[in-house]
Design a protein around this ligand. Sequence first.
Ligand code: SAM
Length: 141
Amino acid sequence: MGTGFGVGSSWILSAIAPTVQLITVDHSKEVVDITANHLKHPNVEFVCGDWKEVMAKGPFQFIFADAAAAKTMEGELMLQVLANGGMLLMDDFTPEEHFPEEWKVKPDKVREFWLNQKDLVATEIYVTPTSSVILATKMRK
Ligand SMILES: C[S@@+](CC[C@H](N)C(=O)[O-])C[C@H]1O[C@@H](n2cnc3c(N)ncnc32)[C@H](O)[C@@H]1O
């Protein structure tokens, strides 16, 4: 049995194995209601609330993090609920060569954080010529 959770995500459901449980959490009731009404699936649990409310259901083998706070200031917490060997996916990154001038002079704290965690093997993958994702696996030594 695998467990994963997605923040505001639904597309993962189309690719999961029948033995996998998916928890999707969003603090917008509107988003949760629309998604829950659209997707009827025995393996999915819809939670309306802050993503941290599902931490107790972890550790998770897969996390798709789509909420800004989980990717930034709450990143350490998210790392705690990723299982050893588990995979983390975050989208909506802009490859460095496409940075506008004003970004080039600022530290890229989010990318630096995720690409330099000692417990993660992480990489950035282009999904279009101008956008990328970070894919990371927890490999605690
Ligand atoms: C970039 S949107 C993603 C929307 C969704 N993936 C989709 O494709 O429609 C980010 C979502 O995260 C939710 N969100 C933001 N902060 C959150 C938090 N702390 N806990 C739970 N959900 C949060 C927002 O309500 C929003 O729906």
